[in-house]
Design a protein around this ligand. Sequence first.
Ligand SMILES: NC(=O)c1ccc[n+]([C@@H]2O[C@H](COP(=O)([O-])OP(=O)(O)OC[C@H]3O[C@@H](n4cnc5c(N)ncnc54)[C@H](OP(=O)(O)O)[C@@H]3O)[C@@H](O)[C@H]2O)c1
Length: 246
Amino acid sequence: MTQRIALVTGGTGGIGSAICLSLADQGMKVVAGYSNEAKAKAWQQEQKEAGYDILIQHVDVTSLESCQQAVAEVKEKAGGSIDVLVNNAGITRDGVFKKMDWDQWNSVLTTNLDSAFNMTRPVVDDMLEKGFGRIINISSVNGEKGQFGQTNYSAAKAGLHGFTKALAQETARKGVTVNTISPGYILTPMVAKIAPEIQEKIVAQIPVGRMGAPEEIGRTVAFLADDNAGYITGSNLSINGGQHMS
Ligand SMILES: NC(=O)c1ccc[n+]([C@@H]2O[C@H](COP(=O)([O-])OP(=O)(O)OC[C@H]3O[C@@H](n4cnc5c(N)ncnc54)[C@H](OP(=O)(O)O)[C@@H]3O)[C@@H](O)[C@H]2O)c1
């Protein structure tokens, strides 16, 4: 069987790294999208030393043009079209709504939601033509339940659910599945920097009694990306230790 090609946006970040490694462990040729070149090169070297050969690709997910160019370059360097797209890049710009300015709103909406259009549009035709594709959108528990101080982020992440369910219907007959994963608190380097007493308060609200590990998201992406996961589409997998049950 030919080796599947996967592109993970934000592939060098906390959760993105774990997704890349899980997909590589599954035998895929993995390309990590990045916006910060110096960080990406150091990351790639680190992975090489750990035994992983992962390609890297610059892409600004807020720009359709950049995404189109990145997809063309990935096809060239990976030697084929993209089979698995993980829309993982994301940012937060928190603030209560009455103090939120347009830039805070717009940057979060463009990076977390417009990105799904910008990245998926250039890959979907190849998937439909080939009769195989896996599109996995990384949302958040805060897109399911809303979060104080995150009207922008909650709106963008909730938007991914609508996008997923609508596109899943359009592509189902052609072997292209579209799903969403909604992580709760995941212990990435960024979250690990939160003061220990605040971390304790957060963990107290999580029935499982701990934060999630990035690898737990990585393994779920790999599960959905598998050739045998063709009957799972339009779904959302909540991975939040029971923090929110819908
Ligand atoms: N950590 C959590 O607890 C948690 C919980 C729920 C959902 N999530 C979601 O999981 C995803 C990954 O988050 P993370 O915790 O791993 O955060 P992270 O370490 O900050 O990673 C975010 C990634 O997004 C990339 N990115 C940001 N803006 C971009 C742009 N304009 N173009 C291309 N790439 C861009 C960054 O790339 P560069 O570094 O190259 O700039 C970075 O690799 C996000 O969608 C986040 O909302 C995280």
